[in-house]
Design a protein around this ligand. Structure first.
Ligand code: ASP
Length: 318
């Protein structure tokens, strides 16, 4: 089978309200086009996922970079990770307040340090050394959502442990909208990256799946690449991105692997709120996506297509 160039990106699982979905779909289209342009010009999968995720972080339509969700104290704590399937090198950052593109700082951790995961003040110091661009990530929309959530909380209308019921009654304020990308380049190298503001109203210091290698992000040239979105605690408990890669390494297509992993979530963690979405690419450049959330905002583009496929649900012919 001939290998294709391919990129897939997501702008988060959850429920996409009609009034906002257009902006989300435009954002994932733009990111898929950017990532694919890099691949078509001979660039690496790593450059492709970095470029695509940076577009999504700049868009203001997603819960990553500009537009990140606020934690329960009204503070920003962004996270991101990136992985190179050729070398299995990875970089991740967490607890970032105002870095313009967290994915670029994750890449610095991967390429310029001996570590994989650097958070908080340490990440700040690294950002200073490398002169990273800054930006206030708080948008009016996120502030509005935060105020609504906080008011409801203070009014005793909901308790955090009852997240499942809460999300059912207020789906609009729990749009997850984390972003991610997976790609394969002309040399057959794969890469994955994920970036998020984290779960809305999270406790300060909470780290989700997005910056955790194996949970939110994984890439291995012998298997493929995967980026996850949804309830971070679910992806962490099932090491979900690596699980998808394991399925691909054992011969499953990207689509089969993504579906199997969502089935695993449904089977093993059915008693808790378990909304998840996954995108993947295998070593032939076949793209896959699956979710058990109401929506998955995503796009993909391969070398045998003219235009990106852009959708709020995952349906790919096998
Ligand atoms: N996975 C992210 C987290 O739990 C949220 C998301 O995917 O939108 O932090």
């Amino acid at each position: 089978m001939q290998r294709k160039l391919a990129i897939a990106v997501h702008g988060g699982a959850g429920t996409w309200q009609p009034e906002r979905s257009q902006k989300g779909l435009e954002g994932v289209r733009k990111a898929a086009e950017k990532g694919f342009e890099i691949l078509r010009n001979g660039g690496s999968a790593l450059d492709s996922v970095t470029g695509a995720v940076a577009v999504l972080e700049d868009e203001g339509a997603f819960n990553a970079g500009y537009g990140s969700s606020l934690n329960i104290e009204g503070e920003i704590e962004m996270e991101a990770s990136i992985m190179d399937g050729k070398t299995l090198q990875a970089g991740a950052v967490g607890l970032l307040k105002d870095i313009k593109n967290p994915v670029r700082l994750a890449r610095i951790v991967m390429e310029k340090t001996d570590h994989v995961f650097v958070v908080g003040e340490g990440a700040e110091k690294l950002a200073k050394i490398y002169d990273m661009e800054r930006r206030n990530p708080i948008t009016e929309l996120r502030l509005k959502y935060y105020e609504q959530q906080k008011r409801a909380l203070l009014d005793g209308k909901f308790e955090l442990p009852k997240l499942s019921e809460l999300i059912k009654s207020h789906p609009e304020i729990f749009e997850l909208e984390t972003v991610g990308a997976v790609a394969i380049d002309k040399n057959g190298n794969v890469a994955a990256a994920t970036s998020t503001g984290g779960f809305p109203l999270k406790l300060p210091g909470r780290i989700g799946d997005s910056p955790l290698i194996g949970c939110g992000t994984y890439a291995d040239n012998q298997a493929g690449a995967c980026s996850a979105t949804g309830i971070g605690e679910i992806a962490i408990r099932l090491v979900l991105a690596k699980t998808v890669c394991n399925y691909m390494e054992n011969g499953k297509t990207a689509q089969e692997a993504a579906e199997m992993a969502i089935n695993l979530v449904n089977k093993r963690l059915s008693s808790t709120y378990n909304s998840m979405g996954l995108i993947a690419v295998d070593t032939y450049g076949r793209v896959g996506a699956a979710h058990n959330s109401p929506n998955l905002c995503w796009a993909y583009l391969t070398s045998d297509m003219k235009e990106p496929m852009v959708s709020l649900t995952a349906k790919i012919a096998k």
